[in-house]
Design a binder for this molecule. Structure first.
Ligand SMILES: CC(C)(COP(=O)(O)OP(=O)(O)OC[C@H]1O[C@@H](n2cnc3c(N)ncnc32)[C@H](O)[C@@H]1OP(=O)(O)O)[C@@H](O)C(=O)NCCC(=O)NCCS
Length: 183
């Protein structure tokens, strides 16, 4: 564990140029060639982020969060989506990603949130932190990330989908309408 790690919650619209540059560097290094090099989001801006800084105030890790209503088999649910969680290479396997996930858990207490939701190719970290895989056919607004234009509607099962129950509602099978883009 890194000593004196400081986690800050920042609203997206309050991020200044210097912080944008630091987040940009972290994202491009963490997601290598796949991340756009001219912005700090992939398809759409998140609503807020948790950022982890070391004692020297260097940014070590970040996670974006998107709050939205989704339609799960005809029932409306409030979802906090987890986006682009990453930790700088030299700070990995020291529990920082897990710490950010637990910070998100703490944030969810007494909030109007039914589920946390994310997509992961590698599920290990999330399974260790209480998330589970679910199988739902997803419907979402497709965005072409190069030109940032709407492409149409996607409708298919996503094997990377994971959730964590927060409120009293149970997750169910069936269609999951994102009522927006997919992160
Ligand atoms: C995935 C990632 C955020 C983990 O950060 P971390 O601070 O090292 O995570 P923790 O120390 O809390 O937990 C480490 C565990 O995460 C798991 N893990 C490692 N790489 C992973 C990956 N790419 N995706 C999911 N889980 C991963 C392993 O189980 C590891 O434990 P182990 O080394 O004992 O097997 C970090 O490796 C990273 O930034 N990777 C590049 C970006 C990325 O793939 N983000 C995930 C998007 S879904």
């Amino acid at each position: 564990m890194i000593k004196n790690l400081k986690i800050k919650k920042v609203l997206e619209c309050e991020i200044d140029n210097e912080l944008t540059e630091n987040i940009q560097e972290l994202l491009t290094v963490s997601f290598q060639d796949i991340y756009p090099n001219n912005r700090i989001y992939f398809k759409q801006v998140p609503h807020f982020r948790f950022l982890a800084f070391n004692e020297e105030k260097h940014l070590l890790a970040q996670v974006g969060l998107d709050y939205r209503v989704m339609n799960l088999s005809g029932k409306l649910i409030k979802v906090l989506g987890i986006i682009d969680l990453c930790v700088s290479r030299e700070s990995r396997t020291k529990g920082i990603a897990s710490l950010l996930l637990s910070e998100i858990d703490k944030y969810c207490v007494k909030k109007d949130i039914d589920f946390l939701l994310l997509f992961a190719d590698n599920k290990t970290l999330y399974l260790k932190n209480g998330y589970k895989s679910v199988k739902n056919k997803c419907k979402w607004l497709k965005i072409e990330d190069r030109n940032q234009t709407i492409l149409g509607i996607g409708y298919e099962e996503k094997s990377e989908l994971m959730i964590k129950k927060i409120g009293m509602n149970e997750w169910t099978e069936g269609d999951l309408d994102f009522l927006g883009y997919l992160y």
